[in-house]
Design a binder for this molecule. Structure first.
Ligand code: ZN
Length: 804
């Protein structure tokens, strides 16, 4: 194949990079020859102006704040001056003192008062006193201010009708005015060199601007049920370590697996999102939640009764991140996309920011509504906590923009980063959560699959669980789950508080484990996919049954996770087989597990059963290829801390499956059968029935074994190890038939007898009852569960029988 010019140049580029990289000493020389970066502040933003519109005008009250948004560290702030214009004060130009060790995200506050430089390192704030004796600093009725470095005007702002005096500010834009004299003017959002992002609100000298917004009537019932939002235009070092921030009272989750450190410091006014956007997004979600009747206790608020939302900037990722503190403070770092010049990318950034904010808003509601935070803080509840935030965050963002969740996810996936695996390409949310064999509900200690991780797979499984609950049990049940978590009065540790698992179990009317099994069946066997266009579940192992041979597998199952296995049954004429599932086959793991089986019949009907198996036990699921073409098996680990090993084996059962091991009936010398384990299924019967045969299959003993005559068979302790798939109380009965294999006739059935007491049956064997091939008498015991609540087929029992 000829190499094109473009391909050739790429190859050369790769080679040259490799060559340089192998000569590390030369690289060092090249970089050092470029010299150190000049460490001076050359760019600032005027961020706040505090003036009064009326007299008196106290000089110590006025200030002007400038903000170092430039990426500099320990830089020199020098050659700067401030110019002030005003109708009453004329024009002032003052050189500012040089200041060392100024870094990005510092606020410099200029005051007209007397004094020397004040440096507040902790708050990254410096106050510069201009020493204007007796003179006011900012104009009352029309002003403009400029920051100048050398001869360059770096930023200009007009206020209170101050326009047309200086370049850098529109001549027709008089700037904003304070609403009252306790307010200042604050920029919030991108600095676009006009007044559109300036607002009147409470002064914040030396700190991040914040604006107050009220979401009125958030529950939509016409009352004055309002939520106050305080939007901070930046934050300092939010230390967005997931574990510490979200669960500040708990040790890190899981041994040796630290939560990823997200972005650390981000600031204004360059994040690219406007205050009107934040207001719109937050209001939309709060009303959506309120009108749905969710989280009736409202959001977690700060001491002043306000939800705090801190918006900053991240240069590290295209997408945005968020974190919510236990005190309800939300921190959002806005990724690069929304600041892009490309409108398509910018729109994707908007979707992403919106989703991120809404996700965290859900956490704020959870904080207040979940029993003094405990349910939310408990790592065992991460799956639900995050899943709910993902579910509603996506729903709200999609609705806010008038697109579908699938479209939203597709747009966001174009810019999202997989923060845990930064080298993998971004993926659609809906391509995540396919593998159910991960510890998304568990926290454990071995096999590398026991710790919850904040990644897309875990989040998406949680979101699908919320979706499943709503689809299967309805909105009211879902609402009751979220609403029953709270026992704020109890301080989170008193009786009445609910863990999320308990709330799920109580409201869905089944154990948490049974509910989780139902979720796995929904997720894995097609229902979730068809209803929600999510990706297919990951198959742990798949087999083809070909009528012979034995397939075996051993699967490790994550705590409360599920392995998903399939068996394709190709030929209806193949003999019946059993699927033998064994817990802990190699005796090196622990725990009970639960099994769900979905048999797809040849007419397309699906038959589902579930049952629980104890540690070290096993169960055989009989399958008849005549009726069943495909089998799906969910093996769910019931232990929430340990990985469990689960074996699967396919056993060909022969034509007369299922049957007990051969024995020799009377009048032979074996009057007593040993205890046997017999598997019954719906083979040849209705779905409540099970059969087994008492027969002889040996060909080495002269025929016939059974001479005609009267025999008594006593079954002792018939169901000592009954396994019922749905844990309902059984009402097992048995009746007996004769079966002649030569004529394929069942006849002479007895009455049904209750198996809760020992059963004696008298069988009168006639000459015509004895078959020629295989030789012997078939006595068929038919079991039926008379509990009409049972819809499931498989059970297992042992018995002792006495012949005589
Ligand atoms: Zn979250």
């Amino acid at each position: 194949m000829p190499i094109s010019k473009a391909t050739l140049s790429k190859i050369i580029a790769v080679v040259s990079v490799v060559g340089v990289a192998s000569a590390g000493i030369i690289i060092g020389a090249i970089f050092s020859s470029q010299g150190p970066r000049e460490n001076v502040v050359t760019s600032v933003t005027i961020s706040e102006i505090k003036y009064r519109s009326t007299l008196p005008q106290p000089i110590d009250e006025q200030f002007m704040e400038i903000y170092v948004h430039e990426d500099v560290q320990e830089a020199r702030f020098s050659k700067w001056s401030v110019e002030i214009y005003g109708a009453s004060i004329g024009q002032l130009k003052m050189d500012l003192p040089a200041i060392d060790n100024v870094s990005e995200f510092w606020h410099l506050t200029l005051k007209g008062t007397n004094g020397t430089l004040e440096r507040d390192i902790e708050n990254r704030s410096i106050t510069i006193h201009l020493n204007l004796t007796g003179s006011i600093f900012l104009d009352l009725v029309s002003g403009q201010v400029r920051m100048i470095r050398g001869v360059n005007v770096v930023d200009a702002v007009g206020y209170a009708g101050g326009s047309g005096m200086v370049p850098g500010w529109p001549a027709v834009d008089g700037g904003k005015m304070v609403n009252n004299d306790s307010h200042s003017l604050n920029i919030w959002g991108p600095d676009v060199d006009n007044s559109s992002n300036w607002y009147s609100d409470m002064p914040t000298p030396g700190g991040f601007n914040n604006l107050h917004h009220i979401v009125e009537d958030w529950v939509g019932n016409g009352t004055s049920d309002n939520i106050t939002i305080t939007m901070y235009n930046g934050f300092i070092n939010a230390n967005m370590n997931y574990t510490q921030m979200f669960y500040p009272m708990l040790p890190p989750v899981g041994p040796g697996i630290p939560m990823p450190e997200l972005v650390s410091v981000d600031n204004h006014p360059t994040s690219g999102i406007s205050t009107s956007d934040v207001k719109e997004y937050v209001s939309f979600t709060m009303r959506m939640i309120g009108e749905a009747g969710l989280f009736p206790n409202g959001p977690q608020v700060n001491d002043n009764g306000s939800v705090e939302i801190h918006i900053g900037k991240s240069d590290d990722f295209n997408s945005s991140s968020g974190i919510t503190h236990a005190d309800g403070k939300v921190y959002i770092t806005v990724g690069n996309a929304i600041r892009s010049a490309d409108p398509v990318l910018r729109q994707r950034g908007k979707y992403d920011v919106k989703y991120t904010i809404e996700h965290e808003i859900i956490h704020v509601f959870q904080m207040e509504n979940s029993s003094g935070f405990r349910a939310v803080q408990d790592p065992n509840n991460n799956a639900w906590t995050e899943g709910e935030a993902v579910y509603w965050g996506q729903k709200s963002a999609a609705a806010n923009f008038g697109i579908s969740v699938a479209e939203l996810n597709d747009e966001m996936s174009q810019i999202q980063n997989n923060k845990d695996q930064p080298n993998t390409p971004p993926q659609n949310w809906e391509d995540h959560g396919n593998n159910t064999n991960i510890p998304w509900w568990g926290n454990g200690d071995s096999k590398g699959m026991t710790t919850w991780l904040p990644n897309f797979d875990f989040y998406q499984l949680g979101a699908l669980m919320v979706k499943f609950i709503i689809e299967r049990f309805g909105n009211e049940t879902y609402k009751n789950i979220t609403n029953s978590l709270r026992n704020k009065d109890g301080g989170g540790t008193q009786p009445g508080e609910k863990q999320i698992r308990d709330a799920l179990a109580e409201n869905c009317g089944m154990s948490f484990e049974a509910l989780l099994m139902q979720f796995y069946l929904w997720r894995c066997t097609g229902e979730a996919e068809s209803a929600n266009s999510v990706s297919e579940a990951t198959v742990t192992d798949s087999f083809n049954y070909t009528g012979s041979g034995i397939a075996m597998s051993t699967t490790y199952v994550a705590p409360l996770g599920a392995a998903y296995e399939t068996i394709n049954v190709t030929n209806p004429a193949d003999p019946p087989f059993g699927i033998n599932i064994t817990a802990n086959p190699n005796n090196n793991t622990h725990g009970n597990y639960s099994v769900g089986v979905v048999s797809t019949l040849r007419n397309g009907t699906k038959v589902t059963s579930t049952f629980t198996i104890e540690e070290n036990a096993s169960v055989v699921i009989p399958i008849d290829p005549l009726n069943v073409g495909f089998v799906e098996i969910i093996k769910m680990n019931l232990n929430d801390t340990h990985v469990t090993e689960v074996g699967l084996e396919i056993i060909v059962m022969g034509v007369q499956a299922p049957s007990i091991p051969p024995h020799q009936p009377p009048p032979d010398i074996h009057p007593t059968m040993s205890t046997s384990s017999v598997i019954c299924d719906g083979y040849r019967g209705t779905e409540y029935d099970g059969y087994f045969c008492i027969m002889d299959t040996s060909s080495t003993i002269p025929q016939p074994y059974i001479t005609p005559g009267l025999y008594n068979i006593t079954f002792l302790d018939v169901f000592t190890d009954l396994v019922i798939s749905d844990n309902l109380t059984s009402d097992m009965h048995v009746r007996f038939w004769k079966y002649n294999i030569d004529s394929d006739m069942y006849y002479d059935e007895t009455a049904w007898q209750d198996t809760s007491i020992p059963i004696s049956v008298e069988l009168d064997i006639l000459p015509g009852d004895i078959s020629a091939s295989p030789p012997g008498v078939f006595v068929v015991a038919e079991f039926r569960d008379f509990n009409p609540a049972h819809t499931l087929t498989f059970f297992q029992f042992t018995f002792d029988a006495v012949f005589g």
